[in-house]
Design a protein around this ligand. Sequence first.
Ligand SMILES: [Zn+2]
Ligand SMILES: [Zn+2]
Ligand SMILES: [Zn+2]
Ligand SMILES: [Zn+2]
Length: 393
Amino acid sequence: MLRHLVPAVLVLASLGLRAQESEPSAPSCKECGSRGERECSEHKRDLADLESAVRACSVAQACRRCAGALGVDCKSCRNPLAEEGLRRRAELAARFAIERRQEVGSHAVEPDEILFLATEHCDLSFSFAPMTVDRRKLDSHRLMHLYGARIEDLHRRFVEVFELGGADFPAPADDVSPRLGVHMFEDARDQRELAPRLTGIGSQGTGVKMMGSFLAYSVWHDPKTLRDDVDVHRAIRHNVTHLLLSSFVPTQWIGNRGHGWIDEGVAHFFEIEVDGRCANFCYEEVGVAPGANWKGGRWKVGIRQLAETGQLRRFTELYEKNSDQLDLEAHAHAYAWVDFLIQEHGGPRFADLVRRVKAGGVTRDALQAIYGFGPLQFDERFTAWVKATYPLR
Ligand SMILES: [Zn+2]
Ligand SMILES: [Zn+2]
Ligand SMILES: [Zn+2]
Ligand SMILES: [Zn+2]
Protein backbone atom coordinates (compact mmCIF):
# COMPACT_ATOMS: atom_id res chain seq x y z
CA MET A 1 0.00 0.00 0.00
CA LEU A 2 2.83 2.38 0.87
CA ARG A 3 4.27 1.96 -2.59
CA HIS A 4 1.42 4.02 -3.97
CA LEU A 5 2.54 6.95 -1.88
CA VAL A 6 5.83 7.32 -3.63
CA PRO A 7 5.13 8.24 -7.28
CA ALA A 8 2.83 11.20 -6.70
CA VAL A 9 5.26 12.74 -4.29
CA LEU A 10 8.10 12.32 -6.77
CA VAL A 11 6.13 14.10 -9.45
CA LEU A 12 5.64 16.97 -7.05
CA ALA A 13 9.34 16.95 -6.36
CA SER A 14 10.38 17.22 -9.97
CA LEU A 15 7.94 19.89 -11.04
CA GLY A 16 7.83 21.94 -7.89
CA LEU A 17 4.83 23.79 -6.54
CA ARG A 18 6.34 27.11 -5.69
CA ALA A 19 5.09 30.28 -7.26
CA GLN A 20 8.52 31.79 -7.79
CA GLU A 21 9.64 28.84 -9.85
CA SER A 22 7.76 29.88 -12.95
CA GLU A 23 9.63 32.48 -14.97
CA PRO A 24 7.43 33.52 -17.86
CA SER A 25 8.79 35.80 -20.55
CA ALA A 26 5.93 38.26 -20.55
CA PRO A 27 5.00 41.61 -22.07
CA SER A 28 5.53 44.46 -19.59
CA CYS A 29 2.70 44.90 -17.08
CA LYS A 30 2.79 47.21 -14.08
CA GLU A 31 0.09 45.34 -12.21
CA CYS A 32 2.05 42.10 -11.85
CA GLY A 33 5.62 43.17 -12.59
CA SER A 34 5.26 41.28 -15.88
CA ARG A 35 5.02 37.96 -14.10
CA GLY A 36 1.59 37.26 -15.51
CA GLU A 37 0.37 36.30 -12.04
CA ARG A 38 -0.14 37.87 -8.65
CA GLU A 39 0.15 36.47 -5.19
CA CYS A 40 -3.05 34.93 -3.86
CA SER A 41 -4.36 37.27 -1.16
CA GLU A 42 -5.77 34.40 0.90
CA HIS A 43 -2.32 33.44 2.25
CA LYS A 44 -1.60 36.52 4.30
CA ARG A 45 1.30 37.46 6.58
CA ASP A 46 3.34 34.44 7.66
CA LEU A 47 1.24 32.01 5.62
CA ALA A 48 2.70 33.03 2.27
CA ASP A 49 6.19 32.20 3.54
CA LEU A 50 5.05 28.95 5.16
CA GLU A 51 3.38 27.79 1.95
CA SER A 52 6.25 28.70 -0.34
CA ALA A 53 8.69 26.79 1.91
CA VAL A 54 6.96 23.44 1.32
CA ARG A 55 6.15 21.27 -1.67
CA ALA A 56 2.43 20.99 -1.00
CA CYS A 57 -0.14 21.66 1.72
CA SER A 58 -3.72 20.41 1.75
CA VAL A 59 -4.92 23.64 3.41
CA ALA A 60 -3.43 25.76 0.60
CA GLN A 61 -4.90 23.33 -1.90
CA ALA A 62 -8.35 23.98 -0.45
CA CYS A 63 -7.99 27.73 -1.16
CA ARG A 64 -11.00 28.86 -3.21
CA ARG A 65 -9.04 31.56 -5.05
CA CYS A 66 -5.86 29.73 -6.10
CA ALA A 67 -6.48 26.02 -5.40
CA GLY A 68 -2.98 25.69 -4.00
CA ALA A 69 -1.14 27.38 -6.88
CA LEU A 70 -0.43 30.26 -4.42
CA GLY A 71 -0.86 32.72 -7.30
CA VAL A 72 -3.78 34.01 -9.39
CA ASP A 73 -3.89 35.08 -13.01
CA CYS A 74 -3.19 38.79 -13.62
CA LYS A 75 -6.25 40.27 -15.29
CA SER A 76 -4.31 43.21 -16.74
CA CYS A 77 -2.13 41.19 -19.08
CA ARG A 78 -2.13 37.98 -21.02
CA ASN A 79 0.59 35.50 -20.36
CA PRO A 80 -0.14 31.96 -21.51
CA LEU A 81 3.01 30.59 -19.92
CA ALA A 82 2.07 31.95 -16.48
CA GLU A 83 -1.49 30.70 -16.88
CA GLU A 84 -0.21 27.28 -17.77
CA GLY A 85 2.10 27.35 -14.73
CA LEU A 86 -0.79 28.24 -12.41
CA ARG A 87 -2.95 25.50 -13.87
CA ARG A 88 -0.18 22.94 -13.52
CA ARG A 89 0.57 23.91 -9.90
CA ALA A 90 -3.09 23.71 -8.93
CA GLU A 91 -3.33 20.32 -10.62
CA LEU A 92 -0.31 18.98 -8.72
CA ALA A 93 -1.69 20.31 -5.45
CA ALA A 94 -5.02 18.60 -6.19
CA ARG A 95 -3.32 15.31 -7.03
CA PHE A 96 -1.34 15.46 -3.80
CA ALA A 97 -4.39 16.19 -1.65
CA ILE A 98 -6.54 13.51 -3.32
CA GLU A 99 -3.84 10.88 -2.98
CA ARG A 100 -3.19 11.65 0.71
CA ARG A 101 -6.89 11.76 1.53
CA GLN A 102 -7.34 8.35 -0.06
CA GLU A 103 -4.33 6.79 1.65
CA VAL A 104 -4.80 8.31 5.10
CA GLY A 105 -7.72 10.69 5.51
CA SER A 106 -10.48 8.39 4.28
CA HIS A 107 -9.74 5.92 7.11
CA ALA A 108 -9.91 8.56 9.84
CA VAL A 109 -12.80 9.02 12.28
CA GLU A 110 -13.33 12.52 10.87
CA PRO A 111 -11.60 12.63 7.49
CA ASP A 112 -11.82 16.41 7.18
CA GLU A 113 -9.82 16.89 10.38
CA ILE A 114 -6.61 15.45 8.92
CA LEU A 115 -4.32 17.95 7.17
CA PHE A 116 -1.44 17.01 4.87
CA LEU A 117 1.94 18.52 4.12
CA ALA A 118 4.79 17.52 1.82
CA THR A 119 8.23 18.93 2.58
CA GLU A 120 11.52 18.09 0.89
CA HIS A 121 12.00 14.83 2.82
CA CYS A 122 8.72 14.21 4.61
CA ASP A 123 5.03 13.46 4.05
CA LEU A 124 3.22 14.62 7.15
CA SER A 125 -0.37 13.84 8.17
CA PHE A 126 -1.61 16.05 10.98
CA SER A 127 -4.62 16.61 13.22
CA PHE A 128 -3.12 17.79 16.52
CA ALA A 129 -5.26 20.42 18.22
CA PRO A 130 -3.93 24.02 18.51
CA MET A 131 -1.01 24.28 20.94
CA THR A 132 1.04 26.97 22.63
CA VAL A 133 4.59 27.22 21.30
CA ASP A 134 6.92 29.77 22.89
CA ARG A 135 3.88 31.48 24.45
CA ARG A 136 2.19 31.82 21.08
CA LYS A 137 -0.95 29.84 20.32
CA LEU A 138 -0.66 28.10 16.95
CA ASP A 139 -3.65 26.69 15.08
CA SER A 140 -3.39 23.15 13.69
CA HIS A 141 -2.38 24.35 10.24
CA ARG A 142 0.53 26.50 11.46
CA LEU A 143 1.49 23.76 13.92
CA MET A 144 1.71 21.30 11.03
CA HIS A 145 4.04 23.66 9.14
CA LEU A 146 6.14 24.03 12.29
CA TYR A 147 6.51 20.25 12.61
CA GLY A 148 7.30 19.95 8.91
CA ALA A 149 10.06 22.53 9.39
CA ARG A 150 11.34 20.77 12.53
CA ILE A 151 11.57 17.44 10.70
CA GLU A 152 13.52 19.12 7.90
CA ASP A 153 15.75 20.71 10.53
CA LEU A 154 16.44 17.29 12.07
CA HIS A 155 17.24 15.86 8.63
CA ARG A 156 19.74 18.69 8.04
CA ARG A 157 21.30 18.17 11.46
CA PHE A 158 21.56 14.37 11.02
CA VAL A 159 23.32 14.81 7.67
CA GLU A 160 25.59 17.49 9.18
CA VAL A 161 26.67 15.49 12.27
CA PHE A 162 27.53 12.38 10.28
CA GLU A 163 28.71 14.32 7.20
CA LEU A 164 26.49 12.32 4.88
CA GLY A 165 25.93 12.85 1.16
CA GLY A 166 23.06 12.01 -1.19
CA ALA A 167 24.45 8.51 -1.78
CA ASP A 168 24.08 7.71 1.93
CA PHE A 169 20.31 7.38 1.51
CA PRO A 170 18.65 4.88 -0.82
CA ALA A 171 17.48 6.06 -4.24
CA PRO A 172 13.69 5.73 -4.50
CA ALA A 173 12.56 2.52 -6.18
CA ASP A 174 9.61 0.13 -6.02
CA ASP A 175 10.89 -1.57 -2.92
CA VAL A 176 12.54 1.32 -1.07
CA SER A 177 11.99 5.02 -0.34
CA PRO A 178 14.01 7.47 1.73
CA ARG A 179 10.91 9.62 2.35
CA LEU A 180 9.81 10.04 5.94
CA GLY A 181 6.15 9.25 6.56
CA VAL A 182 5.10 11.01 9.78
CA HIS A 183 1.51 10.83 11.01
CA MET A 184 0.39 12.86 14.02
CA PHE A 185 -3.19 12.23 15.15
CA GLU A 186 -5.09 14.08 17.85
CA ASP A 187 -7.52 11.20 18.28
CA ALA A 188 -6.44 7.81 19.69
CA ARG A 189 -9.07 6.14 17.51
CA ASP A 190 -7.27 7.36 14.38
CA GLN A 191 -4.02 5.93 15.71
CA ARG A 192 -5.71 2.55 16.39
CA GLU A 193 -7.20 2.40 12.91
CA LEU A 194 -4.41 3.98 10.89
CA ALA A 195 -1.13 3.01 12.57
CA PRO A 196 -1.41 -0.66 11.44
CA ARG A 197 -2.11 0.47 7.85
CA LEU A 198 0.70 3.01 7.82
CA THR A 199 3.39 1.09 9.69
CA GLY A 200 2.33 -2.54 9.36
CA ILE A 201 2.46 -2.88 13.15
CA GLY A 202 -0.50 -3.13 15.52
CA SER A 203 -0.92 -0.11 17.72
CA GLN A 204 -1.10 -0.20 21.50
CA GLY A 205 1.29 2.49 22.68
CA THR A 206 1.49 6.20 21.96
CA GLY A 207 3.67 5.82 18.87
CA VAL A 208 4.65 3.07 16.43
CA LYS A 209 7.08 3.05 13.56
CA MET A 210 8.22 1.14 10.50
CA MET A 211 11.93 1.22 9.79
CA GLY A 212 14.13 0.07 6.95
CA SER A 213 13.09 0.26 3.30
CA PHE A 214 9.92 2.25 4.02
CA LEU A 215 9.82 4.75 6.83
CA ALA A 216 6.77 5.63 8.86
CA TYR A 217 6.08 6.90 12.34
CA SER A 218 2.54 7.25 13.62
CA VAL A 219 1.70 8.88 16.94
CA TRP A 220 -1.41 10.13 18.72
CA HIS A 221 -1.66 13.02 21.11
CA ASP A 222 -1.54 11.07 24.40
CA PRO A 223 -1.93 13.71 27.14
CA LYS A 224 -0.08 11.51 29.66
CA THR A 225 3.22 11.46 27.77
CA LEU A 226 2.87 14.42 25.39
CA ARG A 227 1.83 17.21 27.72
CA ASP A 228 3.11 20.18 25.73
CA ASP A 229 4.90 21.20 22.57
CA VAL A 230 8.35 20.40 24.00
CA ASP A 231 7.25 16.82 24.79
CA VAL A 232 5.90 16.41 21.27
CA HIS A 233 9.02 17.91 19.73
CA ARG A 234 11.27 15.48 21.66
CA ALA A 235 9.12 12.51 20.63
CA ILE A 236 9.27 13.51 16.96
CA ARG A 237 13.01 14.08 17.09
CA HIS A 238 13.66 10.76 18.84
CA ASN A 239 11.48 8.67 16.58
CA VAL A 240 12.30 10.32 13.26
CA THR A 241 15.98 9.82 14.12
CA HIS A 242 15.26 6.07 14.36
CA LEU A 243 13.83 6.26 10.84
CA LEU A 244 16.82 8.17 9.48
CA LEU A 245 19.32 5.84 11.14
CA SER A 246 17.61 2.77 9.68
CA SER A 247 17.32 4.38 6.22
CA PHE A 248 20.94 5.43 5.94
CA VAL A 249 22.79 2.99 3.61
CA PRO A 250 23.11 0.05 4.04
CA THR A 251 19.39 0.35 4.82
CA GLN A 252 18.67 -1.80 7.86
CA TRP A 253 17.16 -1.47 11.32
CA ILE A 254 19.87 -2.54 13.79
CA GLY A 255 17.89 -2.26 17.04
CA ASN A 256 16.94 -5.95 16.93
CA ARG A 257 20.31 -7.19 15.70
CA GLY A 258 22.30 -6.73 18.86
CA HIS A 259 23.04 -3.01 18.44
CA GLY A 260 20.42 -1.47 20.70
CA TRP A 261 22.87 0.99 22.25
CA ILE A 262 23.61 2.51 18.83
CA ASP A 263 19.95 2.58 17.77
CA GLU A 264 18.77 4.18 21.02
CA GLY A 265 21.89 6.22 21.73
CA VAL A 266 21.69 8.04 18.39
CA ALA A 267 17.94 8.69 18.82
CA HIS A 268 18.63 10.21 22.26
CA PHE A 269 21.62 12.18 20.90
CA PHE A 270 19.27 14.21 18.66
CA GLU A 271 16.35 14.18 21.12
CA ILE A 272 18.37 15.86 23.88
CA GLU A 273 19.10 18.81 21.58
CA VAL A 274 15.53 20.06 22.06
CA ASP A 275 15.90 21.10 25.72
CA GLY A 276 18.73 19.11 27.32
CA ARG A 277 16.44 16.26 28.41
CA CYS A 278 15.44 12.84 27.15
CA ALA A 279 12.01 11.34 27.77
CA ASN A 280 11.34 8.83 25.01
CA PHE A 281 11.33 5.09 25.43
CA CYS A 282 9.66 3.63 22.38
CA TYR A 283 6.80 1.18 22.63
CA GLU A 284 8.73 -1.88 21.50
CA GLU A 285 11.30 -1.16 24.18
CA VAL A 286 10.94 -2.34 27.79
CA GLY A 287 7.51 -1.73 29.25
CA VAL A 288 7.89 1.72 30.70
CA ALA A 289 5.07 3.37 32.64
CA PRO A 290 3.87 6.61 31.00
CA GLY A 291 5.92 9.54 32.24
CA ALA A 292 8.61 7.34 33.85
CA ASN A 293 12.14 8.57 33.38
CA TRP A 294 15.66 8.41 34.77
CA LYS A 295 17.02 11.33 36.81
CA GLY A 296 14.16 13.55 35.59
CA GLY A 297 15.54 13.36 32.04
CA ARG A 298 18.77 15.13 33.01
CA TRP A 299 20.97 12.34 31.78
CA LYS A 300 24.32 14.11 31.64
CA VAL A 301 24.10 14.93 35.34
CA GLY A 302 22.94 11.38 36.16
CA ILE A 303 25.79 9.78 34.24
CA ARG A 304 28.34 12.15 35.81
CA GLN A 305 27.09 11.22 39.30
CA LEU A 306 27.48 7.51 38.51
CA ALA A 307 31.00 8.17 37.24
CA GLU A 308 31.88 9.97 40.49
CA THR A 309 30.66 7.09 42.65
CA GLY A 310 32.11 4.35 40.45
CA GLN A 311 28.66 3.00 39.55
CA LEU A 312 28.70 3.31 35.77
CA ARG A 313 27.50 0.16 34.00
CA ARG A 314 30.09 -1.69 31.96
CA PHE A 315 30.09 -1.36 28.17
CA THR A 316 30.59 -5.12 27.86
CA GLU A 317 27.45 -5.74 29.94
CA LEU A 318 25.15 -3.90 27.52
CA TYR A 319 26.67 -3.41 24.08
CA GLU A 320 25.30 -6.59 22.48
CA LYS A 321 21.71 -6.16 23.68
CA ASN A 322 18.75 -5.22 21.50
CA SER A 323 16.83 -1.96 21.90
CA ASP A 324 14.01 -3.71 23.76
CA GLN A 325 16.44 -5.20 26.29
CA LEU A 326 17.62 -1.83 27.57
CA ASP A 327 16.19 -0.48 30.83
CA LEU A 328 15.94 3.25 31.61
CA GLU A 329 19.45 3.52 33.02
CA ALA A 330 20.85 1.55 30.07
CA HIS A 331 19.22 4.09 27.72
CA ALA A 332 21.09 6.86 29.51
CA HIS A 333 24.36 4.95 29.11
CA ALA A 334 23.65 4.33 25.42
CA TYR A 335 23.11 8.06 24.95
CA ALA A 336 26.32 8.97 26.76
CA TRP A 337 28.41 6.37 24.88
CA VAL A 338 27.21 7.71 21.54
CA ASP A 339 27.78 11.28 22.74
CA PHE A 340 31.32 10.37 23.81
CA LEU A 341 32.22 8.77 20.47
CA ILE A 342 30.73 11.61 18.41
CA GLN A 343 32.08 14.51 20.51
CA GLU A 344 35.49 12.99 21.07
CA HIS A 345 36.10 11.25 17.76
CA GLY A 346 33.74 12.93 15.29
CA GLY A 347 30.49 12.12 13.50
CA PRO A 348 32.03 10.65 10.32
CA ARG A 349 33.86 7.95 12.26
CA PHE A 350 30.68 7.08 14.11
CA ALA A 351 28.89 6.85 10.74
CA ASP A 352 31.57 4.35 9.70
CA LEU A 353 30.84 2.29 12.81
CA VAL A 354 27.14 2.27 11.89
CA ARG A 355 27.90 1.25 8.30
CA ARG A 356 30.07 -1.63 9.48
CA VAL A 357 27.60 -3.09 11.94
CA LYS A 358 24.75 -2.62 9.47
CA ALA A 359 26.76 -4.64 6.96
CA GLY A 360 27.02 -7.43 9.54
CA GLY A 361 30.37 -6.49 11.11
CA VAL A 362 31.15 -7.42 14.72
CA THR A 363 31.15 -4.37 17.05
CA ARG A 364 34.37 -5.39 18.77
CA ASP A 365 36.29 -5.50 15.48
CA ALA A 366 34.64 -2.36 14.15
CA LEU A 367 35.57 -0.38 17.29
CA GLN A 368 39.14 -1.63 17.12
CA ALA A 369 39.48 -0.76 13.44
CA ILE A 370 37.89 2.69 13.70
CA TYR A 371 38.93 3.91 17.17
CA GLY A 372 41.94 1.75 17.99
CA PHE A 373 40.36 0.32 21.15
CA GLY A 374 37.88 -2.47 21.83
CA PRO A 375 35.00 -3.03 24.30
CA LEU A 376 37.35 -3.92 27.17
CA GLN A 377 39.17 -0.59 26.89
CA PHE A 378 35.96 1.42 26.44
CA ASP A 379 34.98 2.13 30.08
CA GLU A 380 38.25 3.70 31.18
CA ARG A 381 38.27 6.23 28.32
CA PHE A 382 34.56 6.93 28.65
CA THR A 383 34.70 7.51 32.43
CA ALA A 384 37.59 9.97 32.11
CA TRP A 385 35.72 11.88 29.40
CA VAL A 386 32.49 12.04 31.45
CA LYS A 387 34.39 13.42 34.46
CA ALA A 388 36.02 16.04 32.28
CA THR A 389 32.90 17.17 30.39
CA TYR A 390 29.52 16.34 32.03
CA PRO A 391 28.08 18.67 34.68
CA LEU A 392 27.75 17.57 38.32
CA ARG A 393 24.41 19.36 38.69
ZN1 LIG B 1 0.00 41.51 -15.41
ZN1 LIG C 1 -0.27 25.21 4.65
ZN1 LIG D 1 -4.86 30.88 -2.36
ZN1 LIG E 1 13.83 4.78 20.77
